[in-house]
Design a binder for this molecule. Structure first.
Ligand code: HEC
Length: 109
């Protein structure tokens, strides 16, 4: 019974560590997915580096003007609905968010 408090503290600590670990691994899994989704679904036209040097099409890079003019919602809308010559890409809201996050982290200058 003397150990009750220590046990509880240890359990709490373990739970906190577990929660933190799950949060961290979920975050990195999403970042990973964003990259994967981009490479699978976007890179053919937009280039693996977002530089517009795609294999089947060359689409102008996502330069500084693009990031100034587009917020997350605008980019997500283009992805899901398509725009001009870009076909709509069927992604779930989570996948769309992951791709936008990946693009921001990787291409935004
Ligand atoms: C089949 C080729 C193709 C694929 C695949 C493709 N795109 Fe595009 N994308 C285009 C073209 C072409 C445009 C230019 C549209 C226009 O204005 O006519 C464009 C435009 C865009 C724009 C808007 C740029 C602006 O100036 O507003 C965004 C954002 C974008 N694409 C993101 C993506 C993302 C993210 C993916 C993957 C989920 C993707 N695209 C997949 C061809 C493609």
């Amino acid at each position: 019974m003397l150990n009750g408090t220590t046990d509880r503290a240890a359990t709490l600590g373990a739970l906190l560590a577990l929660a933190l670990f799950s949060i961290l691994s979920v975050t990195s899994a999403a970042a990973q997915d964003g990259k994967q989704i981009y490479n699978n679904r976007c890179a053919l036209c937009h280039g693996a580096d977002g530089d517009g040097k795609g294999v089947i099409m060359q689409i102008a890079p996502f330069g500084p003007d693009f990031w100034k003019a587009s917020d997350d919602a605008a980019i997500a809308k283009v992805i899901v609905e398509g725009k001009g010559r870009m076909p709509a890409v069927a992604l779930s809201p989570e996948e769309t968010k992951a791709v936008v996050e990946y693009m921001k982290a990787t291409f935004k200058k």
